[in-house]
Design a protein around this ligand. Structure first.
Ligand SMILES: NC(=O)c1ccc[n+]([C@@H]2O[C@H](COP(=O)([O-])OP(=O)(O)OC[C@H]3O[C@@H](n4cnc5c(N)ncnc54)[C@H](OP(=O)(O)O)[C@@H]3O)[C@@H](O)[C@H]2O)c1
Length: 328
């Protein structure tokens, strides 16, 4: 496993971490025993960073991560969680001192800890970035010892650029993968200049970039890959990275030819992300030990050559850019 500094924080994190959304819900049936096995396998493979949120299974994901930490008292497992999505409707006013305090207190209980390693605002409405007092509430909670650090999870590059102008924002979580190149062009230079940690989410484009999905793949009714294809429930970009399914499948066929000997397409997708030194950690979701180990294995792969990097860019420019670049 490779480890990288998480921005200006005191955390050195595995370059591949564990995305804990799917083990909470919204990805079809999951079994807590399998999920816990996946978390243990991740740590055994060198991962020391887990990304969760208070709304993933309404606390189920946070509670599983707490169990992992209890069962591995000797291992350091940094946990990032998120707050804001418990609001019935996203409004700037909803990010009040009172609400933020209540959400943080609930996550402290779910995660069975006195202090959260990293709290991220969970894709808040963009108006938040014009409200310094909201970041002041978070500063208060850092001073009170409830938060060690805070950051934001954003939908767009524009939001990322606005977020990092708040001086105590330590991390930005953003969608970054072979189907979403804009952050590298328009945000990473700023993140590096400010030494803000970047967490690359949806690194496998919701599974598309593993190469296992097909035109006739079926998803359960409670899987967002079925119910959010057009952004019916949350931002469309969170499902398949906002790429129309058939376009994504065609692009994947072109990427298959780039997979190095002995690697899988998922590992190519993750190793490609690690080629960008602005990224501290890519956080693929995993539901099983096999997935967690395969994902961790990407960090042990050698760097990709220039020909491969150029070929990925060509696939993006020719098939994806026109569909996503302006939106996020
Ligand atoms: N707004 C936000 O802040 C936000 C939004 C989205 C995600 N996130 C975070 O980012 C993390 C990652 O994003 P994501 O989970 O949406 O998408 P992702 O990492 O691109 O895809 C994860 C899914 O791909 C499949 N998969 C993973 N590894 C695999 C492997 N090696 N082989 C085959 N299939 C594999 C699994 O689903 P199946 O087995 O069911 O196919 C898994 O749930 C989340 O878990 C969450 O922590 C945050």
């Amino acid at each position: 496993m490779e480890y990288r500094k998480l921005g200006r924080t005191d955390m050195t994190v595995s370059a591949i971490g564990f995305g804990a959304w799917a083990i909470g819900g919204a990805w079809g049936t999951v079994d807590d025993a399998d999920s816990l096995r996946a978390l243990h396998a991740a740590v055994e493979a060198g991962m020391n960073f887990v990304d969760t949120a208070d709304v993933y299974g309404d606390g189920r994901s946070e509670r599983l991560v707490a169990r992992l930490r209890r069962e591995r008292p000797r291992d350091t497992v940094w946990v990032a969680t998120k707050a804001g999505r418990r609001l019935p409707k996203q409004t700037v006013e909803g990010y009040s001192h009172e609400n933020l305090t209540a959400w943080v207190d609930r996550s402290l209980r779910n995660l069975d800890t006195d202090a959260l390693d990293l709290l991220q605002l969970h894709c808040p409405p963009p108006g938040i970035y014009d409200r310094p007092e909201v970041f002041g509430y978070l500063d208060d909670m850092v001073r009170a010892g409830k938060l060690r650090h805070y950051g934001v999870s954003v939908e767009t590059v524009d939001e990322a650029l606005r977020a990092v102008r708040h001086p105590n924002v330590q991390t930005v979580q953003i969608i970054f993968n072979m189907f979403r190149l804009k952050p590298a062009e328009a945000f990473f230079p700023e993140a590096k200049a400010r030494r803000v940690g970047v967490l690359a989410r949806v690194p496998l484009a919701s599974g598309l970039l593993t190469g296992k999905l097909r035109r006739d793949s079926a998803f359960e009714a409670d899987d967002h890959r079925r119910f959010n294809r057009e952004g019916e429930r949350f931002d469309k970009g969170e499902t398949f990275s906002g790429v129309p399914y058939d376009v994504g499948l065609d692009a994947v066929e072109r990427l298959r030819g780039l997979v190095p000997a002995g690697a899988t397409l998922a590992q190519l997708a993750l190793r490609w992300i690690l080629m960008f030194d602005a990224v501290s950690c890519a956080i693929p979701g995993a539901k099983t030990p096999v997935q967690a180990r395969e994902n961790a294995g990407a960090a042990a792969r050698p760097p990709l050559d220039e020909r491969t990097m150029a070929a990925v860019r060509a696939v993006y420019d020719e098939t994806i850019r026109g569909l996503v670049h302006v939106s996020w």
